[in-house]
Design a protein around this ligand. Structure first.
Ligand SMILES: Cc1cc2nc3c(=O)[nH]c(=O)nc-3n(C[C@H](O)[C@H](O)[C@H](O)COP(=O)(O)OP(=O)(O)OC[C@H]3O[C@@H](n4cnc5c(N)ncnc54)[C@H](O)[C@@H]3O)c2cc1C
Ligand code: SF4
Length: 390
């Protein structure tokens, strides 16, 4: 499938070819209205936060520009309640918003705001938790009962290949640099973590096939014994954390195949004191045979040791960085939570604009789609007209 190989398009500033990595440039993007930027030094840390002013994170673009246009940002502030003002109950007269200090354990210092409009933008799981809670406690009782349905994960699986003792430093470069499509439904990207992120090795173990569930644990034990018998030294090193990020290529496997879970707001048997999100329905697959096959081939062809995700084997729990849906965009409250302009059904001046709005399995990393839909949603909201009183 070499024809499907591609280098990723990324939200990173690389500067001019002739300049050294890390060179500072005055606002390369917004004609002088944005912040200065430094070119990428290829440290591999993009996924855990860029310390070098090279990644196009929101504080360098949307939030930066908004703040300079007069928006007030309130960091470390958690929204815990939103309820309609007035008697109509549909938000026609605006909303009362209650916040607390996110990081305070005891003195949470509640604050109250009133707003004409409210946009929920707390991510798929964050918005679902908040809206489930507000529906449950009666602040926003008319949120569609479709909330929580069809939460998707790109049907993701995370594998890898480790090269114990290699002299090459695989932690250098941008975090996700290339990918291929191994078939029409399955797409794999090569991922790295920055030097020193070795505790992440705890997420991985020897690559294991077999059926998901208890039987897979037996396959896993067999795979460990086989590895330690056939390659005792490098096999043991592949299971230890030291030098993990320098020696490992992670494979992020994503599938476009239809699959979802449904979220419900319930008390868990082991924590009956409060409600939380619980998943229901057919689980997302924890074993993608094509992904194991690919990883095995890479390991054999390049002299490495294949890795699987530990939670997939030991607990039959898939891993994802791409949780989407739960407040789907739809044409009626029977099948979704918001309309095609991101307006919450049954309320006025209430919007949801984040990953929870997605109503399909994208099969690719979702940030760009979320951004595009957010810009589209904003395009339906007229600019505020500043009226000058004379
Ligand atoms: C490790 C990792 C790597 C990823 N890599 C990529 C990638 O390479 N490419 C890609 O496209 N996608 C990637 N993703 C996915 C991408 O980051 C998410 O899909 C995207 O950020 C979701 O956007 P969002 O606006 O829905 O939510 P978020 O970006 O998560 O923003 C939600 C915000 O709301 C805040 N919040 C939550 N609850 C409340 C509350 N009650 N009150 C106030 N604030 C609240 C949160 O603190 C957060 O700041 C990655 C995700 C992870 C975890
Ligand atoms: S590799 Fe990623 S984290 Fe490192 S400097 Fe470049 S953009 Fe920033």
């Amino acid at each position: 499938v070499e024809d499907s190989f591609y280098y990723t398009d990324v939200g990173v500033f690389f500067g001019e070819k002739h300049d050294a990595p890390g060179t500072e440039y005055s606002d390369p993007y917004f004609g002088g209205k944005g912040p200065s930027r430094n070119s990428c030094i290829g440290c591999g840390g993009c996924m855990v936060g860029c310390h070098y002013n090279a990644k196009n994170s929101l504080d360098k673009n949307y939030l930066y520009l908004a703040e300079h246009n007069g928006v007030q940002l309130l960091p470390e502030t958690r929204v815990v309640d939103v309820s309609p003002l007035g008697t109509s109950g549909d938000g026609d007269e605006g909303y009362r918003v209650k916040t607390v200090n996110s990081f305070a354990f005891f003195s949470k210092k509640p604050k109250f705001y009133t707003a004409r409009s409210v946009i929920f933008s707390a991510s798929s799981l964050g918005t679902q938790s908040l809206l489930f809670d507000l529906k449950d406690k009666g602040s926003l009782p008319n949120i569609s009962s479709d909330i929580g349905n069809r939460v998707r994960t790109n049907s993701e699986s995370i594998l890898g290949v480790r090269y114990p003792g290699t002299d090459e430093d695989l932690s250098k470069g941008i975090a996700i640099g290339s990918g291929i499509h191994i078939d029409k439904n399955t797409h794999i990207e090569a991922v790295r973590y920055p030097d020193g992120s070795n505790l992440l090795s705890g997420l991985f173990t020897v690559m294991t096939g077999g059926r998901p569930g208890v039987v897979r644990i037996l396959y896993w034990l067999k795979a460990i014994i086989k590895l330690l018998c056939t390659q005792p030294i490098s096999g043991l090193r592949s299971l230890l954390p030291w030098r993990f990020s320098r020696e490992t290529v992670i494979f992020l496997v994503m599938q476009t195949i239809e699959g979802h879970i449904n979220m419900r707001w319930k008390r868990r048997w082991y924590w009956p004191f409060s409600k939380s999100l619980n998943s229901e329905g057919k689980p997302i697959p924890t074993f993608i045979p094509e992904a194991n096959d690919f990883t095995g081939k890479v390991a054999r062809a390049t002299g490495g040791i294949g890795l699987s995700s530990l939670s997939e084997i030991a607990f039959n729990v898939p891993t994802t960085a791409h949780c989407m849906g739960g407040c789907a965009m739809s044409d009626s409250p029977e099948t979704g939570v918001i309309d095609a302009k991101n307006r919450v059904f049954n309320y006025k001046n209430l919007y949801i604009i984040d990953g929870s709005m997605l109503s399909a399995n994208l099969g690719v990393n979702p940030s760009l789609t979320i951004t595009a839909l957010a810009e589209r949603a904003m395009s339906f909201i007229p600019n505020k007209v500043h009226q000058i009183k004379t």
